[in-house]
Design a protein around this ligand. Structure first.
Ligand code: ZN
Length: 89
């Protein structure tokens, strides 16, 4: 079950490292300038490592148009294939 985060759009993920660390509230996000997609804490796209420097700041982009379009396409595909189970988040 996903828990709400103030700025979070879409479902959140729990992240586990090989060293046994754990953290939650990771969201898909997009860095606006280069379009890099990542799964970062609270959807802070400045943390995405794409090989180029990103601007400072957090840059919350869980509602980036690319993600909203992808979520809409996913929902449309569910209906198209007759799946009546609809996610509650
Ligand atoms: Zn980038």
């Amino acid at each position: 079950m996903s828990r709400p985060v103030e700025n979070g759009i879409g479902g959140d993920f729990e992240m586990y490292s090989p060293e046994g660390n754990w953290d939650n509230y990771y969201y898909l996000c997009v860095f606006p300038d280069c379009g890099a997609v990542g799964l970062k804490f609270s959807g802070r796209s400045s943390r995405i490592e794409c090989g180029f420097p990103h601007t400072a700041g957090k840059n919350y982009t869980t509602a980036h148009p690319a993600l909203l379009n992808a979520y809409a396409a996913g929902r449309a595909a569910q209906f198209e294939h007759g799946d009546r189970e609809v996610s509650s988040h």
